[in-house]
Design a protein around this ligand. Structure first.
Ligand code: FES
Length: 102
């Protein structure tokens, strides 16, 4: 599945991600600030991304744990998601996200 990622410094990356990975796992190897410190437990917010406006409504709603963690995260805005809580699959083809920090 092809993903388009803008890093905190503005560089744009196109990623071909294996289906079934979390978005965090797909983005972490790029080394652009997705740390995934809690390994996907929705407990650290080091995988925070901004989803492009056009994608906000196309993604599953955040579960409570994700919503609670985002409430504590820095730099949140409309489209903020924990990338570890999103699963790569065909429905994400062409997804655009931005990493909030450099
Ligand atoms: Fe920790 Fe996503 S990896 S909240």
């Amino acid at each position: 599945t092809r993903l388009i990622v803008t890093a905190g410094d503005g560089t744009r990356h196109e990623v071909e991600a294996a289906d079934g990975l979390s978005l965090m796992e797909a983005l972490r190897p790029l080394d652009i600030g997705i740390a995934g410190e809690c390994e996907g437990s929705a407990a650290c917010a080091s995988c925070h991304v901004w989803v492009a406006d056009a994608w906000i409504a196309r993604l599953p709603e955040p579960e409570d744990a994700e919503a609670d963690m985002l409430d504590c995260a820095f730099n949140t805005r409309a489209g903020s998601r924990l990338s570890c809580q999103l699963r790569v699959g065909p429905e994400l083809e062409g997804l655009e996200v931005t990493v909030p920090h450099a």
